[in-house]
Design a protein around this ligand. Sequence first.
Ligand code: NAD
Length: 454
Amino acid sequence: MNEASPLGGLNRTFETGRTRPIEWRRAQLRGLQSMVAEQEESILKALAEDLGKPAQEGFAELAIVGGEVAHSLKHLRSRMKPRRVRTPMVGQPGRSWIQPEPVGTVLIIGAWNFPFQLLMAPLVTALSAGNCALLKPSELAPATAALIAELVPGYLDVEAVAVVQGGVEETTGLLRERFDHIVFTGSSHVGRIVMRAAAEHLTPVTLELGGKSPAVVDAGADLVSAARRIVWGKCLNAGQTCIAPDYVLVDTAHRDALVDEIGKVLGQWYGDDPDKVGDYARIINDRHYERLVSHLSEGRVAIGGGVDAGRRFIEPTVLVDVAPDSPVMTEEIFGPILPVITTESLGESLDFVARRDKPLAAYLFSRNTGSHNRFVERISAGSICINDTLMFMTVPDLPFGGIGPSGMGQYKGRAGFDRLSHLKAVMKRGRWPEVSIRFPPYNRIKMRLLRMLG
Ligand code: NAD
């Protein structure tokens, strides 16, 4: 074990059994609740320092964590309860149940784009399930990482929750150790590294990855509402959101009208310079800025296109006439660039999405219930939201996670609780009457009885 790592201490705490009772779990969740309430100002300041995140967007991060805590507190007792299952005739007299138990110490590795929420929301789940946790914030959001390391000991059980700051080297060191579960949020490239390392110890992983989340606009959709909600989903955090609508599919006849509406919304919200308005985050670093700027020449700029390297500013930009095999349409964009692609029908849009990697989120804008049903049936994605973007994140009972290249496993709600628990199967048998048909010596009569029971 790495000498500097707190894992040994966390494991020892877990072995004492102290994290199992509901009282301990409640105390930790209340500690998190107090941290969010009392430290709002300092957290918003750190988010602004790291990402230029406007206070309202930072507050949304805190609100999601706060909502998650409140929901977990409300359902904690029922989630922890043994879950009775039916025992068949052959097992009578007997009782059977599923007993959720904590798994041990969970390593939670975060990404930089929602640097507070992406560590704290899985932490809520890990603590609810009675686990210890080691948090590894993203080094690309250093102010938030340092603040989390400073705040956690003041609000949570220091022997059960630890923070290790650092980048590739420190994370590589942690990944050599044997955790009981790893929750990783980040790119699919690093997700593979994490999964390979976890395989050494047969440690289960939950991978929250990215991808290209499509927004399909059906013929006859309310274009004003669709434009507003797509732009909001795209411009929040300057597009650096894993579930941001990555690109739009719209039928040829409505493309120009949709692009016009998008232009109007952007004008109303940001005027000529979103950066000056202060409601628009900045691109995290030069590498991502250069990557995004290179996409601007992969189509015709219909709206925006302004850039400023000094401020790492990229104007919200709509690209049209984009080739489906260009990098902007094959790589996750993760920035404020929105390709608008045309199709001839909803069926063609569905085929377009279904032929590509399964996304983290998929959006449909349509007035037609038949189209809603078709979309939900046909499209496989981590989450689907009809007639809006991102808002499904506000529903605490909806599990959150990807499928295929967009991730595996979920960490919200009851699904999350179960993910970070072991669902132990228990059967308790009555000692009598002792029915001997299962015991040797075997014979035809026992066989016949077995067939009848089985
Ligand atoms: P990243 O994969 O570069 O980094 C994530 C974490 O991994 C960081 O903590 C980093 O320190 C660590 N890391 C980086 N390189 C590593 C290596 N070689 N070995 C071990 N650890 C390493 O991701 P990012 O740039 O921080 O985040 C952007 C990506 O995250 C996007 O693809 C986005 O879609 C995805 N994301 C997904 C979700 C989700 O919930 N599904 C949420 C936010 C972001």
